[in-house]
Structure formats: structure tokens, C-alpha cells
Design a protein around this ligand. Structure first.
Ligand code: C5P
Length: 334
């Protein structure tokens, strides 16, 4: 019997800018962020299964940050819920229901190839959800359960209720969607157009041994602001100077240093309070380092370096010292 199989991938992200306002009544924070996809992907495969409903499985991508955490005994794939708590499962259900179907109309297996850390500030779970939306959309269509796949706007509408980062990673799964300003809670996106000769930034991502809870990092920011430990909320606007520096291509080194100067993350100080060991990586001294910053709510640290060989060298040096590190680029080449 022919087994139908569809596959989609969605990247992780870093935030090159993240200004956070004071919490709204629903607990969410208004923000202005510059999302930038990274060349590290979650892959979801949807295929025919024996069992009724939706089942899940997970594999770790060899040599990824997740693999390095796993080999160090710091990530146990058995702790990832392979049930309705999983964001990929919830994304699949959202897609199935949006198409007028129910879970029990299907015998569907979803397999996740995981490379982006869990609770790392890199939208790992959100990328699973984004890839699941796309793989299931294609699956339902090829199964002839739907007459067409969804358009981007329809996909984004399904993505937003799944989490604040999910719309961006859906967008970044498509060509030229890898750099976007996010406003509102992060779900209102404006794509930043990239010049054809745009040189991506070379970064080294350093994963921590334990994740951080995003709500806890936001709460620490709120409490610290009230207590005067962190600067008060500023203007919620991604500076045009940063966008300009990123997209100009003439003077690579000057551009990098300008980008480095304009990076900002309001969640960095609270993330460091909750995980003080991050300070060592953030203040590391090496002549190829332009700037180091926490990715999103952390604890992953992104280190902006001068070029790709420097990124490879730094990542290898960090791994030799027992850290979990990979060299990559942002925004991801599409
Ligand atoms: O939307 P998502 O489920 O990814 O968000 C996780 C948590 O992060 C939320 O429950 C909330 O506590 C916090 N958050 C926030 N403001 C945002 C985005 C996330 O407070 N704009």
C-alpha cells in the first residue's frame, strides 16, 4: 500500500531587538522586536499511520545543540510530551479543525526532527508548531481531504493563537520571510525586505544546560522594574538605524559593529538574574567577537562574530570547553 508522506521545516530565531512594555490586563506584554531566523530547522513529517487520530514521535538531529545537550545528559527526549500538550500536536489539531475535519477522521503520524532547543529562547516549540501546520496542510490536500492548501494569511491566523512566536516562524518557513519586525505581542509582523546581496550575520549559538521558563523571565522583568532594578519600559519601536545597518551591504565590518551597537534585549537582564552563569558567556573575550546577547527570553546566547571561519573556530573552541555551541547565520539563507 502507498504510504502518503509530506514534510515541512521551520527555522528557529533570535531577536536582534526586543523592547518590552508593561504587562496588559491579560498578562501579555506589548513589545517591539526584530525577529531574525537562524539556519537551524525543525522538520515535521506527516504520514499515514495505523492508529486512529494523531500520534507523535521525536528524533534528535545529530550534532545539533539539542544533540549536544542530550549527550551531556541535560536533555531527555522522554520528557517531551508526545501528546495533546505538544505544540505540534495542537497545531495539527488547529489545522484539521479549520478544514472542517476532526482528529478521528485521520490516521496521522507526526514525526519531529528536533534541532532547536526546548525552552531556549529560540522558538523551538513554535517552529515545531509552524512545521506541523505546513506539513499537515499539505498532507490533508494530498490525501484529498481538502481541495486546496491554505494561503499565507490563513496560516498566520491559525498560528497566532498557538503562541506569540508562531506567526514569525511560519513566515520564516517561506522564502524571504526571515527578518521581520514584530509588534503587539509579537504576532503583528512587518517583513523587512532584504537586498539580494545581503550578507547574513555570522553567529555562534551557545545553549545552556537548563532551559528558562518564558513567563518567569517576563515576571522577573516586571518585578525588577517595579523595584527599580531594571530600566523602565522605553519606546516600543525597532530603530530604523538598526534596520538600515542590517540591510546595507557596502562596508561589512563597519556594518557589523553598527549592528552590534544597536542590539537590545529587555529580557536579557532578567534572564541573567535567573541564570547567572550566562554572564560568563556574555562577557567572554575573543578578538573575533563583535557582541554577545541573550536570544529572546534565553537562556541561549548568540555571539555575533566577524565572519564564518571565526564562527566555526569559536564554536569548536567552546565545545572543547564542554559548552554546547554551533556556528550558524542569521537571517537564514532562503
Ligand atoms: O505566546 P507564548 O505561549 O509563546 O508565550 C509564553 C509566555 O510568555 C506567555 O504565557 C506570557 O507569560 C509570556 N509572554 C508575554 N508577552 C508576550 C509574549 C509572551 O508576557 N508578548
Amino acid at each position: 500500500m502507498h504510504v502518503l508522506e509530506t514534510q515541512a521545516k521551520a527555522p528557529g530565531k533570535v531577536n536582534l531587538y526586543l523592547a518590552v512594555g508593561n504587562p496588559r490586563e491579560d498578562g501579555y506584554h506589548p513589545l517591539a522586536t526584530l525577529f531574525s531566523s537562524v539556519n537551524i530547522y525543525e522538520t515535521v513529517t506527516a504520514r499515514d499511520a495505523q492508529e486512529l487520530g494523531i500520534t507523535l514521535s521525536l528524533n534528535i538531529v545529530p550534532d545539533s545543540l539539542v544533540d549536544q545537550q542530550h549527550r551531556a545528559g541535560e536533555f531527555d527526549p522522554a520528557e517531551v510530551p508526545l501528546n495533546e500538550k505538544n505544540l505540534a500536536y495542537r497545531a495539527a489539531v488547529a489545522m484539521v479543525q479549520a478544514r472542517g475535519l476532526t482528529v478521528n477522521d485521520l490516521n496521522l503520524h507526526l514525526h519531529i526532527d528536533k534541532a532547536v532547543p526546548v525552552a531556549g529562547g529560540m522558538a523551538g516549540g513554535s517552529a515545531d508548531a509552524a512545521a506541523a501546520l505546513l506539513a499537515v496542510d499539505q498532507y490533508l490536500y494530498e490525501k484529498r481531504l481538502t481541495e486546496r492548501t491554505l494561503g499565507l494569511e490563513e496560516l498566520l491566523a491559525l498560528a497566532a493563537p498557538l503562541g506569540a512566536d508562531v506567526p514569525f516562524v511560519v513566515r520564516a518557513a517561506f522564502p524571504l520571510g526571515g527578518l521581520a519586525v514584530g509588534e503587539g505581542t509579537g504576532t503583528e509582523l512587518s517583513i523587512v525586505e532584504l537586498p539580494e546581496d545581503m550578507i547574513p550575520l555570522d553567529i555562534v549559538l551557545v545553549a545552556a544546560s537548563e532551559g528558562l521558563s518564558t513567563p518567569q523571565v517576563f515576571s522577573e522583568l516586571d518585578e525588577g522594574r517595579t523595584a527599580g532594578r531594571y530600566a523602565e519600559a522605553g519606546e516600543l519601536q525597532v530603530p530604523s538605524g538598526l534596520l538600515h545597518a542590517l540591510t546595507q551591504t557596502e562596508t561589512p565590518i563597519a556594518r557589523l559593529h553598527e549592528v552590534g551597537r544597536q542590539l537590545r534585549n529587555d529580557l536579557q537582564a532578567p534572564a541573567v538574574t535567573l541564570a547567572p552563569e550566562l554572564e560568563t558567556i556574555l562577557t567572554m573575550d575573543n578578538e573575533s567577537i563583535v557582541e554577545a546577547f541573550v536570544s529572546g527570553s534565553g537562556p541561549t546566547v548568540a555571539i555575533l562574530v566577524e565572519d564564518a571561519p571565526a564562527a566555526d573556530e569559536l564554536a569548536a573552541a567552546l565545545r572543547r570547553r564542554g559548552r554546547h555551541a554551533v556556528a550558524t547565520q542569521t537571517p537564514a539563507a532562503s
